[in-house]
Write a new protein. Sequence first.
Length: 302
Amino acid sequence: MTDTSMKFKKKVKSGIPKDWLGELRITSRIIIETIKGIYRTGWINIAIITTMAAILTIFGALFRTALSLTEFAKQFGNMLEISVYLKNNISPEHISSRIREIEHVEKVTIITKEAAWKTMKREFDVADITNPLPDTLHVRIDNPENINEVYKKIKIMPGVEDLSYATDIAKQMEMFNKVVHTMTLVVVIFVAVLTIAIINNTIQLVIQNQKEEIEIMRLMGVSNWYIKLPLILQGAIYGFISAFIALIPMNAVQRGLLIVHEHFMVPSPLLATNIVTLALFVIAIGFGAGGSMLSIKEHLKV
């Protein structure tokens, strides 16, 4: 071989990444091993995916409902107002400006005693007596959870005679919202535990079926990640397929909640469907891959 041809070959080789062909071969082999692992699991795949899809559907439905309830609580909470009754000879504008400076106060509406008395006389058969009504302020709060805090600050203001608001409604809305969020968290934990348990048993079965092959790969000096990665990918694929299937019943849940929102004329939470869909896939794939990793550590000493 001439010196010119040798130099040409060296020049060509220097322009090609050294390990790209080897990495491509390893990647394709990992994918093949992952598919083989799923194939070897057989009918158990259906049980795994069905169970995971059912649990993910329950989580998705609760999570989506929690988002809607949060929006309902926000909308109804905005309608909850503190009624502030002022003493005589107190300027409502002055008290109103002070209340607006309080954190969490969104709006203050002044109802003068003259306007309130005129409305009452128009709606009811009231005797011709001196106006007994006080000047009133309607204070709107940004969130029902902050209503007590604002209430206490207004109560101690000079010139305030009395206050009132629908305490029972505010407390019930807050409690109901907390219950739904707690249930969602419990279901997430349940999804994690059940998914990891299912994946653990599945990966254990795959490891037992491939025990001889794994031992041979060890003797050949194959890296630990080459052995681990197909099993981790297998768990992630179970999660992906389960989440994809769970989207079918979730669409029905979504349509039902949209009807409820339209009925009560409350806007649906912004990007709620996208958020729930993303959460389903992240949790399913994450727990699937995570369950596989835990199983590998437990059953495969690599």
